[in-house]
Structure formats: structure tokens, C-alpha cells
Design a protein around this ligand. Sequence first.
Ligand code: BGC
Length: 642
Amino acid sequence: MLLAGDVIHGFKTVFPIPLAEASAFDPHLAERTARAAAIEASSHGLHWTFAPMVDVARDQRWGRVSEGAGEDVFLGQMLAQARVRGFQGKDLTAPDSLLATAKHFAAYGAVTAGMDYNSVELSEAALRETHLPPFLAAFEAGCLSVMTAFNDINGVPATANRHLLDDILRGEWNFKGVTISDYTADQELVAHGFAVDDRDAARLAILAGVDISMQSGLYNRYLPELVAGGEVPLAVIDASVRRVLMLKEALGLFDRPFRSIDPKLQNSRTATPALRALSREAGARSIVLLRNEGGLLPLPRSGKRIALIGPFAEDRDNILGPWSFFGDKSLGVDLATGLRAGLDDPGWLVIAKGSEVESAIPGGIEAAVAAANAADVVLLAIGESQNMSGEAQSRTDIGLPRAQHLLAEAVAATGKPVVVLLRHGRAMVLEGAVKAAPAILATWFLGTETGNAVADVVFGAVNPSGRLPVSFPHESGQEPFAYNHRSTGRPAPLAPESQEYKARWRTTRNEAAYAFGHGLGYAPFGLSHLSLSTERLAWNATLTIAAQVANLGQVAGEHVVQLYIRDRVASRTRPVRELKGFQRVALRPGERREVRFTLRRDQLMFVGEGDRWTVEPGRFDLWVASSAVDGLAGSFELLAAG
Ligand code: BGC
């Protein structure tokens, strides 16, 4: 028996949603939370998780952005590998190892208009350059299973897609593991108009190389007669069966069929203090300080009357986040509880709900305004509910529901300083009083320890160091919106008055409201002294890039130093920036350190002629930066071979 389930960001103890955790720009953290989740989940008998989701997602309307690593390929690769290592551990036969599944193969993040399950229209080059690399990275880290996606790609559903499953996965990549359909994705070939009926759907899926049919029961029902009738060669079934047996063997299930079933272990491994401490740490590290005018944050633990206002103030239904159905809700720490525990005297905090997530409360705004008026500072806990994010929760408008807008405007009109505590599973559009609030924390869905993690940052026990893994646009209509877009023939200059007949929107700016990679802390950091080991990089050589990072503030902190490149001229138009490396640097006040990155030719490749990976000599720009839109700029030339 092989027991599988969706352990996406924790089991009973829930960690931040994967998108939140991506904000930590810290593969080691992702590995630790995946390992911890595997230890807890396997003690309950599970062998196999349907995670990590490694879909690159550039359209924030898509609800499943929350489950992945965001809009960047490189970050996606790093986190895919870290999560696979974490779930599986060093030894797959160990009772606490959880087999990982890379999903959803492929290009599920590219669904048209961000509507879940929608069709995908994609060039082969974009498929290979953007959507496939995190899968390959996961397999390189030892991932032995992959889930086929619901969507079609250029008219061929992924779950019957021989090009994906045969040519690429098993052919080019020599993948030896198991493929499993997404939930009823084989049966859905009928609704796609790709299979005549259920029987035909089973035939198409197995012939395309889908080893396990999830949930539909079609394989059990139809494979015997399909084989008997000669429509599916027995050798195809044998190959699939052999792969599934290999998986069980890899897990050691033939030697120890009950390897993960031990009630004693289960008790000692569930919701332990260590798991909760890790959830709290991961939560605090996933928070992104978007804005902090006048150093409003951190708040003191006493001496200021705080009004915690908003639908999430005491809410306990939207703490764990989407995909946490094994999660133990009773363990969840809400904001009010966490903040009170962080204050010297809980009496400094007053609470007013103000509104529901999507509707007004009679008298709610009046009560919230009264609470704000009686306070020195407002914490405004607003955003998306858990069921506005995740599977099938696509949105056309990625802003705040109107009821919360009205609440925010009324509270801001009191003139009290407002700190926005945003709860969300995607990049959001911030408007009006929310956009203008002097301090904004992106707090995503942080899991079990939400309230404590937020309090750690609000009161400065933790200096925030998260960075955005997705760009925040100004308007929903700008989606899909990512930093790594290509240049048009008419790039818009910054000055609005010179933008006529340039690539721009009439109503808003092209620059992100908050860029990919952006995030502040309680100490400013500075970058300086960029140097390159050479400006003429020989074909087989390595370029070393160095810069100095300094903590210019009064408190210790961590900075995420980012390396971006741009291929200036190539036979395919290239992104205006591409992330090629990042490093977390911890510095005491006044401390400075040199960071070094290296670049080689293979990191400069792209998919070009014939849809093949290539690299061309020529000039490249680079930036050592604190986000996708700033940095120390340099350039080098890749010299031709020989
Ligand atoms: C989701 C998968 C998940 C599966 C099993 C599907 O609806 O797309 O990501 O693993 O359900 O729960």
C-alpha cells in the first residue's frame, strides 16, 4: 500500500504558504519546513506528498500562485530542489521520508487570463525556458514522481500529451520515475473534446505515459478490456506497473510495508514545540515590509495604544491558508492573541472588526473609527480570505473587497498612523488609503503561528527580511505582470509626458507598485564597490562579480543581495532583467561584507533557433541589486569560442 496526500505547507502544524515562504529567498528554510512536514506527516502513515508545486506563475489572477514560488524561474528552481530535498530527506527508505511530486506538468501557471484549468497557448521556447526548468531541477534533486496538469497546451491536454511525457520527460530527460494524473484529469479529456468517452480517455492517458490515474477509476474500469482488445499493448501496462513497483521499492515498502505506521511515534512527532517554533520562525521570515514611512515600525511593547482593526483581527478561519486540510485549526494563533502576547500589558490593544472580508457589518465602521480615535496607532488587518486564494479561486480583480476599502478609508480619515497587515495569497493591487498607509506588511497566509510571527515583526523581535517573489502591479488589468518581461520596440521612458505611442497603459505606470525582490527592513542596507573579475569573459571561463553590502542602520538585519543580467542583443529578444543569483547576508549595525557571485556561459543560455538551448557571444548588462529595479550596474562581453 502506497499512501499519498497533499502535504503542501505542513501537516497538522502548518507553515507559511509556499508563496509566502518564497519571500524568504532562503532555500534552506524551505528545506527545513519541508523536512519538518515530512516527519510529522509520515508519522501519520503517509508515504507520498503531492508537492512541491513548481509552476511558474506570472498572472496574479490565478489563485494557485499561492502554492508556488512566484514569477521567477531561478527562484523556482532553487525552491523546487530545496523542497524535494526536504520532503524526501537523505534516504527514501527512512520511515520519515516523504516522496515528493513535482506538479503540475506542465505550464499550468500559464492558463489563459489566469482562470484556473483554462487552456494554455504557449510557444515551445517559452515552455522550455520558463515553465519546464523547475521540473527538471526537482528531478535533479531526486524527485521520483510528477503529476500531469489539468490544462491543455496548444490544444493537447497535458494528461495525454506525448510530446511532454514521451519526448521531453522520458526521452530528453530520461525520467525514470512515476507519472500520476491530477485529480480526474484523465477523465477530463472527454470534456476537453480530446477523447470520445471515458474508455477512450483511459486509452489516451496510458498510451501517453500516465502511470497512475488519480481518482477517476478509469484505469481499473477500462484497462483490462483495452488490453484484451489489443488497443493498449500489455507492454505499456507492464512498464507502468514496473515503475510503480520501483517507487514502492525505493520507499522500502516491500521490506517494511507498515514502515510509517506507529501510534507512539505519531504522538511524539505531532505539533511539537519544535515544529511550532519553526512555523513561527518561517512565518516571521516570510513577511515582507513593503513600506515604512518615518520608521513607524517597529512599535514599542508598551506606551502606545494600539487599535487592531479589520476582519482578520481575531479571525481563526483564515490563518492556515489554502491547501491545509490536514492542518489542526485548533493550534492556530490569531493576530489578536499573538499581538497581546507581544505587549508588556495586553491592555494596550483594543479590537474592532470593522467589516467582514467581503461585506459590511452594521455599525462596524463607526466602531472601528471610535477605536482608531482612541488609539495612538492602527493595525489594519485586511486582505483576502483563505477561500479567495488557491485552487479554482481565480479573481478578475486582485484588489481588496469593497467593504474593506470603505473601512480603510474611514479609519485613515481619523488621521491616526496606519500599519496595514495584508493577508493574501497573491500579489495584490493596493489603492486609496491602503496604498497611502505609512507602513505596509505583506503577511500572506503564515500558518499555525500567524499571530506570533506577525507580532515578532511588528514589535521588532525579528527584523523583517522577506523580499517579494511576485511583482505588485498598480491595476489588476496589468496582469500578467512580471519583472522579467521582454523589451518591446517602444519601451516607455519614465517621464509620463514622453510616453505617447509607447508601450504603456493610459491610466497607470509600467513600473511595479512594489517590484519583484523588493523588501525593507528596520535597518537600511547599502550596496557599493561593484567589481568584475573581467569585462571580457572567455567562452569557458568564469566571471566573478563582487560588491560590498553594508548595514547602515542601528539594528542587526539580513539583506538579500540579488544578481540580475540582461542579454543586450541576441537572436531572440530577451527579458529586460533575469535573476541569476541571490545571497542572504546577516550584518550587525555598521558591519560591511563583500558578496561574490559567479557567472558562467551556461547561465547565459536561452531557447533560440529550433527551440534549442543556446548561448551567443556579445554584451551583457548586470546588476548587483536590492530588487529587480535597482542596483549597481556593470557589463561584460562574452567572447566567442576559440
Ligand atoms: C489539485 C492537485 C492535488 C489533487 C489531489 C487537485 O485538484 O490540482 O494539486 O494534488 O487535487 O488533492
